[in-house]
Design a protein around this ligand. Sequence first.
Ligand code: SF4
Length: 754
Amino acid sequence: MQEWKPTACMLCENNCGIEAKISDDGQSIAKIRGDNLHPASQGYVCQKASRIDFYQNGIDRIKQPLKRTTSGSYEEISWDTAITEIAEKFVAVKNSFGGDKVFYYGGGGQGNHLPASYGMSTISALGGRYRSNALAQEKTGEGWVSASMFGAYAQRGDFENCDVAVFLGKNPWHSHGLQRSRVTLREIAKDPKRTLVVFDPRVSETAEIANIHVRVKPGGDAWALAALIAIMLQENLEKSDWIKEHVSDFEEIRDIFGQLNIDKYCVWAGVDQEQMRQLAKVLFASDKIAWFEDLGVQMSRNSTLVSYLHRLCWLVTGSFGKKGSQYIPNTMRPLMGSNPSLAKRSPVAGAPLLGGMVPCNVIAEEILSDHPERYRAMLIESANPAHSLADTKSFVKAMAALELTVVIDVAMTETARNADYVLPAKTQYEKAEATFFNFEHPANYFQLRQPILEPPSDANVLSEAEIHARLVEAIGEMPAEVAELKEIMRSDGLLALTKAFTQFGRDNPMLNRLAPVALYRVMENILPSGSETAATLLPVTLFVAQNEPACLERAGISGHDTEEIAVSLFNRIIASPHGFVYSIDAEHSSWDRVRTGSGLINATIPVLLPELHALSDGPNELTSEQFPFILSAGERRPYTANTILRGKDWRKKDAEGALRISPEDASDLGLDSGDYRILTTASGSVSVVVEISTRMARGHISLPNGFGLDSATGKDSFKRAGIATNELTAAADRDFLAGTPRHKQVPANLSQAF
Ligand code: SF4
C-alpha cells in the first residue's frame, strides 16, 4: 500500500483533515485516519470519514461527456463536440433573450468550493446575473439578519472557551458545525461550571447530554426565544452597561418585550416557564455564552424572525466580541454577500436576493411562468437540485421547460438525468480542491488539498477549471491579456504577475470578472503539477491581503505591499497540504468587522418588526384531522451525508432511512418498528418503514435527509434507497422574506400500507 497522503473529509462542512492510504492499484482510498497536523480538526474524525471511497468510487460515476438524444437516453460525445455545442447554445440563448436569462445553480457542496468561481466565469462571459445554491434554502435569512445588525455575513460562537453553549435547532453530535464537536460537547456537558443548552423538539444526541433541554414544540422557536428575551428584560436580567456601549436603537426592543405576555408565549412555544426563567438566570450569570442556530430553526416557521430573535438574545446577554462568545471570523472568502438591501429582486417573483442569491424555492416557479423575463437556460454544477429542493416534480418540469440545461458533476444524479448535456468532472480527490467553510477564531486556517488519486483509466474527465476555461474560450470571451500575463509569469514570476494582473484589472474590469479562468490559463504548466486549479485563489489572496493585513502578519504572512502579502499567502497555500493558520485575530478584530457605519450593533430591523408584533396572535395550528402529524423532512443521523454518497451500501445501519415516531403514537396506531405505512402530505404519498423512537415527541415524526437517490442498475432501470423527502414538500411553503422552505414542519398523515 502507498504512503499516507493528507487531504480532508468532504462529508460535512467541518472538512476534518484526514490522511488517506491509497490501494496498491492506485484506484481507491483504502484506509483513513485523522490528520494530527491539521490545524483545526487536530486528528478528530467521526464515523463517516471512513466511507469516503463510496464517493471516490461511487456507483453512478460519469466517465464521458453525454448528450441527451431525442429518445431521452444519452449518447457519449467528445469534449470538443460538447464544449462547442454548449457554447453555441448558451450564446444563442443570450442573443435571443439576454445573457441574464442564463441561471447558475450550485458550484459548491461540502468540500468543492473552487469550481463556483470558475463557473461564475462562464456565467460572466455570457452576461448572467442570477444564481443560487443550497445556502439559499438554509442560511440566507440568517446571513441577511447578520448583515442588517452587524454589517457582516458570518458569525460563529467560541464554544471552546464558553461557559454556556446554546444550540437552537441543531444537533452538533451529528451535524457538527464546530470543530471536534463531540469532544467539545462532552467537555462542556461534563464540566460542572459549564452549561449545555439545547432547544429542540427531539431528544437528540446533543439534547440527551444537555444540562438544559428546552423541548420546544415543532415550530414554536419564535415564541420560546421571545419569551426568553421578555423574561430577561422584564426581570432586569439584561447586560445593560454592555448594551449601552455597543447597541443602537435598543429602547424600541425594550418596549416591545416589556409588554410581552410571557405566560401565553410559553404555552404557545410548548415550553415550561420555570425552565425558561431558570435559563434566563444562567445566561445572566455568565459572561461567556456561545450560540449556534441551524436548520432545525432555519427550515422552520418564522425562519428569518428566529434568526433575528436569536441575535437579540446575544444583545441582551452581551454575547459578542469577547472570548467565549460570538465573533466575526476573518474568512478567506465570504460565502455570500453582506449587503442587507432588499432592492435587488428576482426577475419574475420579485423575491429579494438575500446574499445575492435567488431563493431556491422560487426558481422553478419563475421558469414555469410565461413572464418574458423568465430564465431560459441553466448551468448546474456540483449540486442536485432536482432532489434537494422542495417539490421535486416542479423542478424537473422546470428543467424540461428551459432551452438548455447543462450539468457538471461526478455522478449521474437525479438532476443530471434531466439535463441536455452532462459533463463529467474530476472528483475532489483527483484535483486540488478547497472549501471556504473556515470560520475559526482567533486563529483561522485554510487547506488546499492536493490530488491524491488519478481518475480511472477509462474516465474521460476534466477539472471544472478546465471545463470552464474551454467554455469561455468557445464563447469567445477569454481576456486578451492572458498571453501577456503568461509571459510575465514565465519571465518574472508570481509577484510580477500579481502586480500586472492588478494593473490590467484596473483597465479592464472584465479581466476581474473572468479572473479564475484567465489565471488558470496563465498559471497552468507553471504551478506545481496538481495545483493548477488553485489559480483562482490568487484574487482571493489579494482580497484578504488588502482587507486584513494585520491578521495575516500575526500569522507570519507579510510583505511590503498588498501584492507581496498576497503572493506570500498564495505560496503558503500551495506549500501546506495539511492546511495552515493564515490569520490570527486580535481582541478587537470582531468589532473592527462590524460594518454598520456607527460601529454599534443595530437592534432593530424595521422589516421584521411587524412579524415580531404578529407573534402576539399566537401560532397557526399546523395539524388537522386530515394531517394530524408534523413531519420533519430531513433529519441528520449517523449515516446521512446530503446526497454526496449514493446507494445504500455505505450505510452501516438504517439503510432505508426509517420514519421515526414516538412510542405513544406508535401505540395508538398499533405500530411496531419495521412495519410499513403510507406517509401522506399535501404534496404526495410514499411507503415508509417505521422506527419507534423515544427521541420523538407525540405528534412529531421525522425522516432523514439524503435518502431516496436512484442508482442505475441497468440501462434504464434504477434502484431507490429510502425516501426522497422532497416528493413530500411544497415549494410554496416558505419563509415570507428569505424564501427558505419549512421542511421541519410538514403536516402529514400515516395510514395502512396498500
Ligand atoms: S463527516 Fe465527520 S469526519 Fe467528515 S468532516 Fe464531518 S465531522 Fe469530520
